[in-house]
Design a binder for this molecule. Structure first.
Ligand SMILES: C[S@@+](CC[C@H](N)C(=O)[O-])C[C@H]1O[C@@H](n2cnc3c(N)ncnc32)[C@H](O)[C@@H]1O
Length: 284
């Protein structure tokens, strides 16, 4: 289970320096948003879920001029950065809130994008909330990380101790199943493997720290990592060194799905207007 307080505190602390190291996050946000080229949608209101410092918000403003974009994040510091970005006439509406309990009305947005955020959330709850706030026919598009992400680091730590130092990530199929269970329509998922390379393991660890990407599970170790264990991890990681560099693998999962028309109610039932089925029914 994810310790939400820890997630929020980590990203609050990371907000100032996040942009300096979020190379991969920007790249996959751009790749995700390119997919909107193939979608027929003219949104009236857009939500960036887990907006961070607002890179995708900027891109959405350029793509859909004059369409209001809500930047929502659990970390207030991230939203302050997002607000500073861009010109005043296209600043996002910033909302500090939780993806698992969105402070937004039902059927109030047409497009939700979410980049590199859902791995910090309870997916069932976040997907249910996305479906609730999407208008029927609205689109949900996201990236997250799959289970092979940072596997070199996980493997190196496993040789040093039995603790969970690296966040666990979900299997792409489970994410797809969760979308279906949430009653999204026509889900599409695909995966891409990207690798960052480093001179030293401690540079990778420093980047993860600067990003705010700490292990936030309740099972994480609570003690400080001593020098000896750090040295042992560095040594265990050396087996992966290739052409003089240490790889850090990311399994990037891209997904999108639609809010069905008509949308299911919270109890799973679907209300179909009589006009849509041409019936002559009377209320009992
Ligand atoms: C890795 S950053 C990605 C930020 C941005 N989407 C980007 O591409 O740069 C993850 C963001 O998700 C936010 N976040 C994590 N859990 C959240 C939750 N439950 N609800 C809303 N935002 C959350 C964090 O505060 C952080 O800003």
């Amino acid at each position: 289970m994810i310790d939400k307080g820890r997630v929020r505190r980590s990203f609050e602390r990371a907000a100032h320096e996040y942009d300096r190291v979020a190379v991969l996050q920007r790249e996959i946000a751009d790749r995700m948003l390119e997919r909107l080229d193939y979608v027929r949608l003219q949104p009236q209101r857009i939500l960036d879920l887990g907006s961070g410092t607002g890179h995708a918000v900027d891109a959405l403003h350029r793509r859909y001029r004059r369409v209001p974009v809500i930047a929502l994040d659990v970390a207030h510091g991230m939203l302050l950065q997002a607000r500073r970005r861009g010109r005043w006439w296209r600043r996002p509406l910033c909302v500090c809130g939780d993806a698992e309990s969105l402070p937004l009305a039902a059927d109030s947005v047409d497009l939700i994008v979410s980049n590199a955020t859902l791995q910090w959330c309870d997916l069932q709850r976040a997907f249910a909330e996305c479906l609730r706030v999407l208008r029927p026919g609205g689109l949900f598009m996201f990236t997250t990380f799959g289970r092979d992400t940072l596997n070199e680091l996980r493997q190196a730590w496993s040789e040093v101790d039995g603790d969970s130092h690296v966040s666990p990530f979900l299997d792409m199929h489970d994410i797809g199943d969760t979308l279906v269970h949430a009653r999204f329509a026509d889900p599409v998922m695909d995966v891409e493997r990207l690798t960052l390379t480093y001179d030293r393991v401690r540079d990778l660890m420093q980047d993860l720290k600067t990003l705010g990407a700490h292990n936030a599970t309740h099972q994480r170790p609570r003690t400080l990592t001593g020098r000896a264990r750090l040295a042992a991890v560095e040594q265990a990681y050396e087996i992966h060194r290739h052409a003089g560099r240490l790889p850090a693998s990311y399994e990037v999962i891209y997904g999108h799905a639609w809010a069905p028309e008509p949308k299911p109610r919270a109890d799973g039932s679907v209300a179909i207007p009589l006009s849509a089925i041409g019936g002559r029914g009377k209320l009992a």
